[in-house]
Design a protein around this ligand. Structure first.
Ligand SMILES: Nc1nc2c(ncn2[C@@H]2O[C@H](COP(=O)(O)OP(=O)(O)O)[C@@H](O)[C@H]2O)c(=O)[nH]1
Ligand SMILES: [Mg+2]
Length: 208
């Protein structure tokens, strides 16, 4: 497990990576723990915004699929300074554009909020750089079936990418997310040792 803070470097890519992005409090840590069937893979917190770097975890599924989870720092803080928001965008855009091992991105969207300007920006950016991505609509257990179908349909109107309703609480959507991740990971060859990744260097990352 490694963490790169803004201005630091990530470890060299060794296996396909799936990045998870979403605003703080969207339910990312809860979903990551659910996907990996762990209680404490990712720190869950009621204090939003405590993670500011890209955190990498090794995920090994029961069927033998191995990949790296990149937990991207949460966004969506109106009270952060413009400099801080620019630093976030700089780190994330560089990571998304340059990370050689990045096989795909899961954008988490709160089912009660829908796509807001930050999500719109991220979707447009990923479309622009042709990175595969999917959208996970979180906390669907909080909605009635009608509300939840409406929330999913609204995102499907914006993008042709897969849109999956999920709940870290009930586990709903877990299998579909994992199935799609397997598909992305399988067809994305691990970069060979000699490949250079401009997003990384040999510097030892800070580990926790
Ligand atoms: N009802 C419900 N609450 C959730 C779900 N996922 C997360 N939460 C709650 O939302 C809050 C933020 O969750 P967390 O996973 O820490 O969000 P993160 O900031 O995106 O990592 C916590 O109070 C969680 O208990 C979910 O699927 N359903
Ligand atoms: Mg979290």
């Amino acid at each position: 497990m490694a963490e790169a803070r803004i201005g630091q470097e990530l470890p060299a890519p060794t296996m396909p990576e799936i990045a998870f992005a979403g605003r703080s409090n969207v339910g990312k840590s809860t979903l990551l723990n659910r996907l990996c069937q762990r209680r404490s893979l990712a720190r869950t917190s009621r204090t939003p915004g405590c993670t500011r770097g890209v955190v990498l975890f090794h995920a090994a599924l029961r069927d033998g699929t191995n990949f790296v989870i990149a937990d991207l720092p949460g966004y969506g803080f109106a009270d952060r300074s413009k400099a801080e928001r620019d630093a976030w965008a700089g780190l994330i855009e560089r990571y998304l554009r340059q990370r050689a091992s990045l096989a795909g991105v899961v954008i988490l969207v709160d089912s009660r909020r829908g796509i807001e300007p930050e999500e719109e920006q991220l979707i447009s950016y990923l479309e622009h750089i042709h990175r595969p991505f999917m959208v996970a609509i979180t906390k669907v257990d909080k909605l009635t079936r009608v509300e939840r179908d409406r929330a999913i349909a609204a995102v499907r109107n914006r993008t042709r990418t897969p849109v999956i309703g999920v709940s870290g609480e009930s586990g709903e959507g877990r299998e579909e997310i994992l199935r799609r991740i397997r598909g992305l990971v399988k067809f994305d060859p691990v970069p060979s040792q000699g490949d250079t990744d401009p997003g990384t260097s040999d510097r030892t990352p800070q580990s926790r």
